[in-house]
Design a binder for this molecule. Structure first.
Ligand code: ZN
Length: 61
């Protein structure tokens, strides 16, 4: 992922898991790995702020 402001490749500043469907027994439970991207360009106004996120579906064992 690239920064929309300066075009530099973003870094992953944070990652966590998100669970979907665990509130109801009839819904299928799905697990996602959430990656939060930040600009690392010191010259960029968006540095240190979240510029996007990506969700990767994980297999449940
Ligand atoms: Zn930037």
């Amino acid at each position: 992922m690239k920064c929309p402001k300066c075009g530099m490749d973003a870094i992953i500043s944070e990652s966590h898991n998100r669970v979907e469907g665990d509130k109801s027994p009839t819904d299928q439970t799905r697990l996602f790995r959430v990656l939060v991207f930040q600009c690392r360009n010191p010259q960029c106004k968006l540095r240190g702020t979240e510029i996007g996120r990506q969700e990767l579906a994980q297999k449940l064992e």
